[in-house]
Each structure stands twice: as C-alpha cells, then as structure tokens.
Design a protein around this ligand. Structure first.
Ligand code: CA2
Length: 147
C-alpha cells in the first residue's frame, strides 16, 4: 500500500519548543517512526511537511494521480482555518486519517473546529507520535487493530 503523510506549519519545529504540549521528539524522530512503521508493515510512504497552505494543497492534488492509496494528515494550525485543504482532500477522494499530537478537544475554543476532519474517515488525537502509527495501520487494516 502506498501512502502519503502530510504535516502542516511549524511541525518542523517539534522538539525545540512547546515540549510540554507536543513532546520532546524532533521532526526527524517523527519521520523515522513513520518510515519504520511503513517498513514493518510493507507499506510505501512519502512524508511531506510545509509551512504553506498552497504547497499542502498542491501535494494533496499530486496524490490524485501518483498511485497514492491513502493519506495521513496533520494540517496543524490549518486544521482550524483551511477550507482549501478540505476541498483538496474532497477532490482527491482518498481515504484520509487526521492526526493531532495533542488532544485538541481539551484545548482552546478556536481549535474545536476541524475543516480537514470533515473529509477524513478517522481522527486520532492526543497520542503523540504514536498517533501517526495508528493512522497508518488504520489505513492498511481498517478497524482490525483497534479492538
Ligand atoms: O496537536 C497537533 O498536532 C496540532 O495539529 C499542532 C498544531 C496546532 O495548531 C493544532 O491546533 C494541533 C501546532 C503545531 C505547532 O508545532 C510546534 C512545534 C514546536 C514548537 C511550536 C509549535
């Protein structure tokens, strides 16, 4: 299975600040976990991070015709603002899992809306880096691993 993992703005700063919220692992540590998970589960993965909304939209559109079979996305702050990312996810119509490192449901009011989440088959939050692993396994196996 070929999947795309997308990360939005500031996630490249992981492990540098706000460790109390996002943990002490760096972005490189996260990419390593994603690549190891892919290898262990015979998946092909591309990982992409951008601080730019349009670049994320472009990468989602690219997934439409490059053989991608599923998307894991943490749109970061664009989660709560971006109709463009929502529309791109709807346009490509690939199974997509939304991941958040923190439990956004317990945070500020402005984080309570997720536009991207409206196009996702599942949302995983508050599990740190392991949320990405769970999302990848969900795309591969569906609910099977969750019981
Ligand atoms: O919990 C998540 O994964 C979030 O998507 C992270 C976003 C936030 O805007 C969402 O509401 C929830 C922020 C990512 C910023 O990451 C930083 C990493 C290090 C230092 C500062 C920010």
């Amino acid at each position: 299975m070929k999947i795309l993992v997308l990360n939005g703005p500031n996630l490249n700063m992981l492990g540098i600040r706000e460790k109390n919220i996002y943990g002490s692992g760096t972005y490189d540590d996260l990419v390593r976990l994603i690549e190891e998970t892919a290898k262990e589960n015979e998946m092909m993965v591309k990982v992409y991070q951008s601080n730019h909304e349009g670049a994320l939209v472009d990468r989602i559109q690219q997934a439409y015709d490059d053989g991608t079979e599923g998307i894991v996305i943490n749109p970061a702050a664009y989660t709560h603002t971006s109709v463009a990312i929502l529309d791109a996810l709807k346009a490509v119509n690939l199974p997509t899992v939304e991941v958040h490192l923190s439990d956004v449901s317990q945070r500020e009011d402005f984080r309570q809306i997720s536009y991207a989440g409206k196009a996702c088959v599942k949302t995983i939050m508050g599990k740190g880096f392991l949320g990405y692993k769970e999302a990848m396994l969900y795309l591969k196996n569906g609910n099977e691993k969750e019981e």
